[in-house]
Ligand binder design. Structure first.
Ligand code: DGY
Length: 327
């Protein structure tokens, strides 16, 4: 039997390629600055059995139809909103993702954004570098305290729970909203379930940890920002379209909330003339919440392990549509 063929949509850390090489012949999109264009993607997949994709690649029915031999799409991310799952399932293509290995790293970053936004760290950095620092002043760049404040989590999956654990070290009161109530975690993490609008109204810090779906698109918009405290710090490390970005920019400009830390955007890369970037009380990051060196290597190797497992006829560690594996 001939060796399977694979297309990898970005240069990966070497350990991941070392997992694929003994099993399959692969072609790699070799540029780091841009993903393969749609045209390149459609051309490259025609003969492949496997595809290792990134969240910047839209893998829909058209791509799948261009790849009649395709058996697996292994996404290098925990989120898989870039892939049309029903279309894959219908064509009996296995889709996999990389959960768990990035949980703690993303939770660290959500915490980092909350602290940095509350304490105006980036503003302070610019202030000092720009030569504006003339003397010590009582209220110079004064922010909000995180210690013993109330944290509101929107979404209590793996990452939300990991943020809750960190918050306990800051003696925070933690409340959460999730469509699936987790009484087991309420006990073990000492956190409280509250309806969505109560979390928005009562929390000092709000951190979003929901996947993007039709139900969560623009979950946080103008109405939701207007419910938050004027001292609230809002953080999003999930997916950009969960938040109405224009409404966020307006809330920050009007000081309806205190500050925000944003890692994900409705359009990525975020255009430099986006109103959100004009707000001094917003910290923005280029979708790097999972970007520690060990975690990104682990994500890459897990994506490779998922890919080769399917190509070898084995059950992959992280199937998203396991029904395809049956029968
Ligand atoms: C994911 O994995 O979905 C993140 O957004 C990138 O780590």
């Amino acid at each position: 039997m001939s060796r399977p063929r694979v297309y990898v949509t970005r240069r990966l850390p070497q350990p991941a390629l070392d997992i694929i090489r003994p099993i399959a012949d692969f072609t790699l999109w070799d540029r780091e600055d841009v993903p393969p264009s749609r045209q390149v993607l459609l051309r490259e997949v025609t003969q492949v059995d496997g595809l290792l994709s990134l969240l910047t690649d839209r893998i829909d029915g058209e791509v799948m139809d261009a790849a009649p031999r395709l058996r697996v799409v292994s996404n290098f991310a925990v989120g898989f909103d870039n892939i049309d799952i029903p279309a894959a399932t219908q064509r009996r293509i296995v889709v996999t993702n990389t959960p768990e290995v990035l949980t703690e790293t993303v939770a660290d970053f959500a915490f980092c954004l909350m602290l940095a936004a509350a304490r105006r760290l980036v503003e302070g950095d610019r202030y000092a570098r720009d030569g504006k620092w003339k003397t010590w002043e009582p209220l110079l760049l004064a922010g909000q305290d995180m210690y013993r404040a109330t944290l509101g989590l929107i979404g209590l999956g793996r990452i939300g729970s990991a943020v809750a654990r960190r918050a306990k070290g800051f003696e925070m009161r933690v409340m959460y909203y999730d469509p699936f109530r987790r009484e087991d975690l309420e006990q073990s993490l000492q956190i409280e379930y509250r309806p969505f609008t109560d979390v928005l109204r009562q929390a000092d810090f709000i951190s979003v940890h929901v996947p993007l779906s039709e139900q969560t698109r623009h979950l946080i918009g103008r109405d939701q920002f207007s419910m938050m405290k004027p001292t609230a710090v809002f953080v999003n490390t999930s997916r950009g379209p969960v938040v109405d970005q224009q409404a966020l920019a307006e809330a920050l400009a009007a000081r309806r909330i205190f500050a925000a830390g944003i890692d994900v955007f409705e359009r990525e890369p975020v255009p430099t003339d986006d109103p959100l970037l004009a707000q001094g009380n917003a910290i923005v990051a280029p979708h790097i919440a999972s970007a520690s060196i060990p975690t990104r290597i682990r994500m890459a190797t897990l994506a490779a392990e998922n890919l080769v497992a399917v190509l070898q006829g084995k059950r992959p560690p992280n199937p998203v549509n396991p029904e395809v594996l049956k029968g």
